[in-house]
Design a protein around this ligand. Structure first.
Ligand SMILES: [Mn+2]
Length: 351
């Protein structure tokens, strides 16, 4: 088992590579989608009509040269590039929405997977979701009044429609016609996932890339009128069984699974890691479950992290564990301090 750090696109700097190494990380998970910018990346819900921002990468697929150049930079700092986290909505909005560009975008995704394979990056994390991550607020309710993400269904209109031109909580077409994306049912969403997996997994197998699915955060029944895919731990297996493949795996988000209304996190991660189906792990602690929970520091909260790491160790899990997100620490580097604390805690457990 290896300790890693997740870095957002604008955080891919030599200083942050050094920071990762200094905290004991040997591996990186890299976000190439440009959402959480700045020196102190913040995961907020974003504007309800624009989400995390507008992507302008239509037709601009990650090229092999670009990926290899970044890999060399990462390796130059003594780190290993383990995974990319998340497709850009510009590259697959119509795969999610079943729109007119679906066929072309599925072809683009095949090219992307081939490029990722050629660049020697073993895992591609994805979250097959229409509404994406949405509905949090930030409140100073963490330990020591730390600003932390809170989900409280009483404070958010979960049925607030999603405007046309949006997918996965980002805008891909700012000039879309007025109106909202029609509701997507549970059955329909699983069918769309099946098409995606049946098309992409054979290519992933060929290229030695594993696709790792993140569960739906928040794991409610529906969000903004759209079904949620993996909102119960058992649905990981449903996803894996949909199109069986050695290239199909799980981006196991401990926080999201703990937030789920039902299920046993420990039995679930035990079974999946035993079956070698865990691609990598998001380690984040929470208190509460849907419809009300808050994110807390990794050493508190409802998840027994020591027990989780022990299970992974018992099952010879050989992948990477990264902190997911943490409450902000009150200092001049709130994100870094939160990450350093989480990495130190994880490293001690792993050691
Ligand atoms: Mn996560």
């Amino acid at each position: 088992m290896k300790l890693g750090l997740g870095l957002y696109r604008q955080s891919l700097t030599p200083d942050n590579f050094r920071f990762a190494q200094q905290c004991g990380a040997t591996h990186l998970v890299v976000h190439l989608v440009d959402y959480f910018g700045g020196a102190n990346p913040q995961l907020t819900r974003g504007d309800d009509r624009r989400g995390w921002g507008t992507t302008q990468n239509q037709g601009k697929l990650w090229a092999v040269e670009e990926l290899v150049a970044l890999r060399k930079q990462i390796e130059g700092h003594g780190l290993v590039w383990e995974a990319i986290e998340n497709f850009d909505p510009a590259h697959w909005h119509d795969v999610l929405l079943d729109g007119p560009k679906k066929k072309a975008q599925l072809e683009d995704l095949k090219i992307l997977i081939r490029n990722i394979g050629k660049a020697g990056i073993p895992v591609m994390g994805y979250n097959f979701s229409i509404a994406g991550v949405w509905g949090w607020t930030k409140q100073s309710v963490g330990r020591g009044e730390a600003p932390s993400l809170v989900f409280d269904a009483r404070d958010v209109d979960l049925d607030m429609p999603m405007p046309n031109g949006m997918a996965w909580n980002m805008t891909y077409d700012p000039n879309a016609t007025e109106g909202n994306v029609p509701s997507v049912s549970n059955e329909e969403l699983w069918q769309r996932l099946e098409v995606f997996l049946a098309t992409i997994l054979p290519v992933a197998e060929e290229c030695g890339v594993r696709l790792a699915a993140h569960p739906d955060d928040p794991p409610v029944e529906t969000l903004r009128g759209h079904a949620r895919l993996v909102n119960h731990p058992d649905k990981f297996q449903t996803l894996l069984d949909l199109v069986p493949s050695p290239a199909s795996a799980i981006e196991y988000c401990l926080g999201t699974v703990q937030e789920m209304a039902e299920g046993d996190l420990y039995a679930n991660i035990d079974a999946l890691s035993k079956a070698n189906k865990v691609g990598y792990v998001h380690a984040r602690n929470v208190r509460g479950k849907v419809p009300q929970y808050k994110e807390v520091f990794i050493d508190e909260g409802d998840i027994d992290m020591k027990r989780v790491i022990q299970i992974l160790k018992n099952n010879n899990f050989d992948g990477v564990v990264i902190p997911d997100h943490t409450p902000e620490v009150s200092c001049s580097a709130p994100w870094h301090a939160g990450m350093a604390h989480a990495m130190g805690y994880l490293k001690a457990l792993i050691d």
